[in-house]
Design a protein around this ligand. Sequence first.
Ligand code: UDP
Ligand code: MG
Length: 318
Amino acid sequence: MDLKTNIALSIVVPVYNEEQIIPELVRRMTEAARSITDSYEVIFVNDGSRDTSLQKLKEACAGNPRLHYISFSRNFGHQIAITAGMDYASGEAIVTIDGDLQDPPELIIDMYKEYQAGFKVVYAKRSKRKGETWFKLFTAKMFYRLMARLVSFEIPLDVGDFRLISRDVLEYLKEMKEYDKYIRGQIAWLGFKSTYVMFERDERKYGKTNYPFKKMLRLAYNGITAFSDSPLKLATNLGFIVCIISFLIGVFALYGYFFEKNTFPGWASIIVSVTFLGGVQLLSIGIIGEYISRIINNVRNRPLYVIDQATKDINTDK
Ligand code: UDP
Ligand code: MG
């Protein structure tokens, strides 16, 4: 794709069935970008929309050479859409923002100021989320807190995929080529100096959310399995506990069988074998899980370390 070089700011916008809002989206996005720099680009990623979104995007892009679109052959999902947009972004600072105007484009101006102040990751943090069900708010809140407890690095709370990252963060992000993506976790994993700006998340004006509970759950699973082995370890620990309990039951049953003579015939052997086998099975699954977790870690092929800064004479070019 022929994108201009020396771009200061790239804005990546995933779009899935947003036909009604596209004219307003394009207007507000270009206004906000222009007030930051003339050297901007906006990359819309049409994620297999079923409505006239693509048509609307084409019209918008035809009228302004700084606007681009990428259109998928089918719906690949929000995380993949922003990944594709970032792959083609050539800016020094890269913003990802939802295409339904729930994330206000004007906030990018504040985010860019933080970037100029030296922050390589600037999150837009939601102080309020209007028009969401209590169920979504509650599950999201619980999930972020669970995630924060499970992983060994700092996870920012109450942020989504509305953020600005610098070029070097993006280059590292590109090396994390995982299939099941959870980008906000990847960026937190990378570290780097980050800050946030607060905003109140508006409700959706048109259409409905494309993140039904099923997709949210999948994103949550991706987040946890990509960054934590705790569920696997749970099986191992559970197996140990069951083995110990079954051993105690065994002692109890054998004692009853040999000394008290008060058990039903067959009870002791059945109860011992059932509980013991259950324990052994859980333990074995857990051990297999331990190995799988190591395989995953290697197959993921992440960079081994991340350089934020270095003295001038070290060449950090890759
Ligand atoms: N989106 C996408 N592909 C999808 C689902 C959503 O590109 O499969 C886009 C959508 O157009 C919007 C953003 O991702 O710009 C966030 O989606 P949505 O508003 O449905 O999520 P919510 O704000 O309800 O969490
Ligand atoms: Mg939305």
